[in-house]
Design a binder for this molecule. Structure first.
Ligand code: CP
Length: 320
């Protein structure tokens, strides 16, 4: 199937960006442009379209300095579905082990002829550092330690699909708010589109300072559960913690896991999301993860469509 059969329309005039560095800098209109185009890509993929060669002749480098299943695979697939060549880099087995720096590594990859760079690195600001040092000039953070913009977009897309609109919904992010890139991106995107956002978890992982930007905070999932429309369950990121933020995983699960009992006290149409990877039995029980309220795998499918939309919109303004 060719591009003629996919009715994307032109790139909207509201879209002028060459980079997507974070949802905090996007307007509600720009977020809506991405989501609307992602819907077109999602429909085409559902209809069996496997090549929409809008980026034919371009090369997309995926520089993943941290592990990934969903983000890396879906960026790669999105680029290939758009007809681009892809170059996947990971530090394991690379010459970083011989002392080559982050910038030199990126410059060498750029010298191979790259048009778009997707980067995951745990250091906040690493995409901006590359932008200042490379010429290819197009950077999309898969996440940079504090942001995960395409995860935020695909979560919001899933909510919009299931509920028609985000405006007026109460969306709770539960779990390791302190270390979650997903939480930060969701919070900015959801607030811009008119949702009421609650962050919830142990006091060691949820700062009361979220209230300063109009986000409600709570230390009790049981208190908030009856009024929540969408629950986004975040993994406890033990790998980013220097000390354990609660006495035991068992206690955490007792207080914060979404399970059958809590589901009974929730709204009948509550939507359950999780960015993945999920830890079954910690933040969510298997019956809820696989149950009818869960949209976890739908989020993953939307991830390919959102990344296609982002790559296409960004490439349209990069002028190479
Ligand atoms: N949600 C997410 O970022 O998953 P990965 O770490 O597998 O990419």
């Amino acid at each position: 199937m060719t591009t003629e059969t996919v009715d994307l329309g032109p790139v909207p005039a509201q879209w002028t960006r060459r980079h997507l560095l974070g949802l905090e800098e996007l307007s509600a209109e720009e977020i809506t442009v991405i989501l609307d185009k992602a819907e077109v890509f999602r429909k085409a993929l559902e209809d069996g379209v496997r090549r929409i060669p809008l980026l034919r002749g371009k090369t997309c480098a995926n520089l993943f300095f941290e592990n990934s299943t969903r983000t890396r695979s879906s960026f790669s697939l999105a680029a290939r579905r758009l007809g681009a060549d892809t170059l996947d880099f990971s530090p394991s087995g690379s010459s970083l082990s011989k002392g080559e720096t982050f910038i030199d590594t990126a410059k060498n990859i750029e010298a191979m002829g790259v048009d778009l760079v997707v980067i995951r690195h745990r250091t906040p600001g690493s995409p901006r550092l590359l932008a200042a040092n490379l010429d290819c000039g197009v950077f999309i953070p898969a996440d940079d330690g504090i942001r995960h913009p395409t995860q935020g977009l695909l979560d919001i897309m899933t909510i919009r699909q299931r509920r028609g609109s985000v405006k007026g919904l109460t969306v709770a992010m539960v779990g390791d708010i302190a270390h979650s890139r997903t939480a930060r991106s969701n919070i900015w995107g959801l607030k811009k589109l008119g949702a009421h956002v609650i962050v919830c978890g142990p006091s060691t992982l949820v700062s009361p300072r979220w209230a300063e930007i109009g986000v409600e905070y709570s230390y009790s999932l049981d208190d908030i559960i009856p009024r929540v429309d969408v629950l986004n369950l975040l993994r406890i990121q033990f790998e980013r913690q220097y000390s354990r933020p609660f006495p035991s995983v068992r206690e955490y699960a007792h207080l914060y896991a979404m399970n059958r009992d809590r589901l009974k006290r929730a709204k009948g149409d509550i939507l359950i999301l999780a960015p993945g990877p999920i830890n079954r039995g910690v933040e969510i029980t298997p019956d809820v993860a696989d149950g009818k309220q869960s949209a976890i795998l739908d989020q993953v499918s939307n991830g390919v469509a959102v990344r296609m939309a982002v790559l296409w919109l960004i490439a349209s303004r990069c002028g190479k």
